[in-house]
Ligand binder design. Structure first.
Ligand code: BGC
Length: 742
């Protein structure tokens, strides 16, 4: 049994890095304004309206100081509506205009799950910065992103919006996204306020069914689900959104423990908290609030500063204050938090958009960045040598996703325009690829299509070609909010289409374009190569061609586990070992003799039908290059609490092709005061290595990074033995070990 010592991450150690240093000018401004405000005006600042009422009525409410923020407003009237707030309301407090800019504004980047496959914070930061530049130019000052919900369930449609299953990866990429949206200074004309969401646990919805309850104990919450939120707040995220779910019976918009103790007291967050869409009034349906007045009381006291859409604050706070059920202190603090962010956005000095400025929307720079992101987000899952394609081969373009300009943009792309989408088919018509000879026969009109009437035409087309590229996957509407599935096989007749193509005897490349990790095990035998793309956005088609033709070398790695069967869910790499971990020699259903006597002795944790392993593990992804890992060295095999361990290895590109490898660092804490995960990601690096060359990769691992919330719920490093891997994915790699001493 090992001992524990030293509290490393007390709240105070974070305070210094996670807040903007108190700017006395800012605080004076906020306090001055607050002093001038009536209670009604303060409550108005806590109210966010969806733009679904006649303009005149909205303007009247703004004039009366009843609205602080609007969402889903037509960008062309932002100046007009801002003028009403600034010039026609008593105190002239500008509106903060929110919008869901999740993976690009007009120039659409791959969905967040795709961006996560790049393991590249720079790609994510650039994407968010470009989205902010395009959006602020139109008067949008606040986005509801990044979404930081750890997701271990591909049935959940919102896995598309997530940064995957790992808290370290989501934390690194989430904070990169915050930096990208917010830039150096929120008042810059290419910065918008970020909103980390959904706080918290929403991705653990039971059964993967959206809006469902979660049951995450506090320790797991702290060791997994809170990590990306804390990191992104340390990176300066201006706002935070509560989630829809109840966790262990407490709806997130009424959870004072999370919103006051964790967020404010421990993390010292000084931005504002917004509820999700009607997540406050939905506490009535949860059975947590009796009526709308009760909703307002619970959420205000829990620490929700701004109410999205459901309007209970506007209707009831005044009465609740009179009855002493909500204090003026609570109201003043909420308003301070909101005004502070409006001040930082520079809205008081500069509320309007300059409509005479040249637009950056769809600039070449933005399009090329989206293409680069799509290249780095694609994952090569299988290749028996057919890829890269040769330019002289005649190709057959098959499948419903070869030309699906709307669907390629993915979920949450309200502002993306399908006429700007470069689909794979359109890519073949560009100057760069027009020399390729191809024939096109979709076979199915859309992913759900199950009409096989055109399959004979498909086969005839394939027979006249050297190689078939079959584009399958999901329409955008099959993932995202409220779009959970209980069956995640290829939908419609897409598996049959693949089989029909394979029956021609021609080599088949399966290109998947989807919003989630689908269960594709049954399809793999019919494909000689598989390139997986989470909806890749505006430039996806060109990126796919770049990869298929070897102009780019695939480098993406999976940010989520791909299961064999939906029944394996949840299956994730950083699970506990159990008392009976599955061995290599498991007995599957086909091996069980008839009338076998019941026995549990010697048995381990796996499924009789689908075994113990997923189809593809977290961190997996192929390249046209091959890499060899060797010479693992640690700076020391023994370290103390304040030390940093340096781990190095040699990575050799053993192929004839230059390539990029995402090298991953994992650790395992062998014995703890609680059972610990069998592996945890602690670092990653993208390393470009020329054909035949070697590079040394170096990871610096501060021992403090090994801290976790143990039996006593305090964050500490526990002394003892650790295994450490430098690895190409979460299953393989070269291993060493070290001891942490007291
Ligand atoms: C979603 C949020 C989104 C909000 C505003 C809700 O339904 O859960 O993620 O930001 O709507 O559109």
């Amino acid at each position: 049994m090992k001992t524990k010592f030293l509290i490393l991450f007390c709240a105070t150690s974070i305070i210094t890095s996670c807040t903007t240093p108190t700017d006395s000018k800012e605080e004076h401004f906020v306090e001055d304004l607050l002093r001038k405000m009536t209670l009604a005006e303060k409550i108005g600042q806590m109210n966010q309206l969806n733009f679904d009422q006649p303009l005149d009525s909205v303007k009247a409410q703004i004039r009366r100081g009843e609205i602080s923020s609007m969402l889903n407003i037509d960008p062309t009237i932002i100046n007009e509506i801002q003028k009403t707030a600034v010039e026609e309301s008593r105190l002239g407090i500008p509106l903060i205009i929110g919008r869901d800019i999740i993976h690009g504004y007009k120039t659409v980047f791959p969905i967040p799950l795709g961006q996560a496959a790049s393991f590249n914070p720079e790609i994510v930061e650039t994407g968010a910065h470009i989205a902010a530049t395009e959006a602020r130019e139109q008067g949008i000052t606040w986005t509801f992103a990044p979404m930081l919900d750890i997701s271990r369930d591909a049935r959940w449609g919102r896995i598309a919006e997530s940064l995957g299953e790992d808290p370290y990866l989501a934390g690194e990429l989430g904070s990169a996204m915050v930096r990208g949206f917010q830039g150096d200074n929120l008042s810059d004309n290419n910065a918008i306020a970020a909103c980390v969401k959904h706080f918290v646990g929403y991705g653990a919805a039971e059964g993967g069914r959206d809006y469902n309850s979660t049951n995450i104990p506090e320790r797991l919450l702290r060791n997994v689900y809170l990590i990306p939120f804390q990191k992104s707040i340390e990176a300066g995220a201006a706002t935070l959104m509560t989630s829809f779910n109840d966790n262990d019976g407490i709806p997130a918009s009424g959870n004072d423990f999370l919103l006051r103790k964790v967020l404010r007291d421990e993390w010292n967050f000084d931005g504002f908290v917004v509820s999700d869409w009607c997540s406050m009034s939905e506490m009535i349906a949860h059975g947590y609030a009796a009526d709308r007045k009760d909703v307002a009381r619970i959420s205000a006291n829990a620490g929700v500063d701004m109410e999205m859409v459901s309007q209970t604050y506007i209707d009831y706070i005044e009465g609740l204050v009179a009855e002493n059920k909500v204090s003026m202190q609570v109201i003043d603090d909420a308003v301070r938090n909101i005004l502070r962010i409006k001040y930082r956005l520079g809205l008081f000095d500069n509320p309007y958009i300059d409509t005479t400025k040249a637009t950056t929307i769809y600039s070449d720079k933005h399009l090329q960045a989206a293409r680069r992101a799509a290249v780095e987000s694609a994952i090569l899952l299988k290749n028996n040598g057919i890829l890269p394609l040769k330019p002289e081969q005649t190709i057959a373009i098959i499948g419903p996703m070869a030309h699906a300009p709307h669907d390629q943009l993915g979920t949450w792309s309200f502002d993306g325009e399908k006429n700007r989408t470069v689909t794979p088919l359109r890519a073949l018509q560009t100057d760069e690829y027009k020399h390729i000879k191809y024939r096109y026969e979709a076979g199915l009109d859309y992913s759900r299509d199950s009409d096989i009437k055109n399959f004979s035409k498909v086969k005839a087309t394939v027979k006249q070609s050297d190689v078939a590229l079959v584009f399958v996957g999901e329409e955008a509407i099959l993932s995202g909010e409220a779009h959970s599935l209980s069956n995640i096989n290829l939908i419609g007749a897409q598996s049959e289409l693949l089989k029909a193509v394979k029956s021609t005897g021609k080599p088949v490349v399966m290109v998947v374009i989807a919003g989630r990790p689908l269960t594709i095990e049954r399809d793999l035998p019919y494909a000689d190569a598989v390139l997986y793309n989470f909806h890749p956005g505006t430039m996806g088609g060109l990126a796919i061609m770049d990869l298929l033709y070897g102009k780019e070398n695939p480098s993406g790695k999976l940010p989520v586990t791909f299961v064999r069967e939906v029944g394996q869910i949840p299956m994730y790499y950083n699970h506990n070992n159990t008392g009976r971990p599955a061995q290599d020699w498991i007995t599957l259903i086909k091996d069980i003799p008839l009338e076998a006597p019941q026995t549990s002795l010697g048995n381990t944790s796996f499924y009789l039908d689908s075994g113990k392993d997923p189809l593809f593990v977290f961190g997996y992804g192929l390249s046209y290059s091959t890499f060899e890992y060797s010479d693992f060295r640690l700076s020391s095999h023994e370290a103390g609490i304040n030390d940093t361990i340096t781990a190095t290895a040699t990575i050799k590109n053993t192929s004839n092709t230059d390539g990029t490898e995402i090298v991953q660092l994992y650790v395992r804490d062998l014995v703890g005061s609680i059972a610990r995960p069998i592996k945890e990601l602690k670092g990653f690096q993208r390393i470009s290595i020329k054909a035949g060359e070697s590079k040394t990769v170096t990871f610096k691992l501060p021992v403090s990074e090994l801290a976790f919330y143990g039996k006593d719920l305090l964050k500490k490093v526990e002394a003892g033995e650790f295994d450490i891997w430098i690895a190409p994915n979460s299953k393989e790699g070269i291993k060493e070990s070290f001891v942490i001493t007291e």
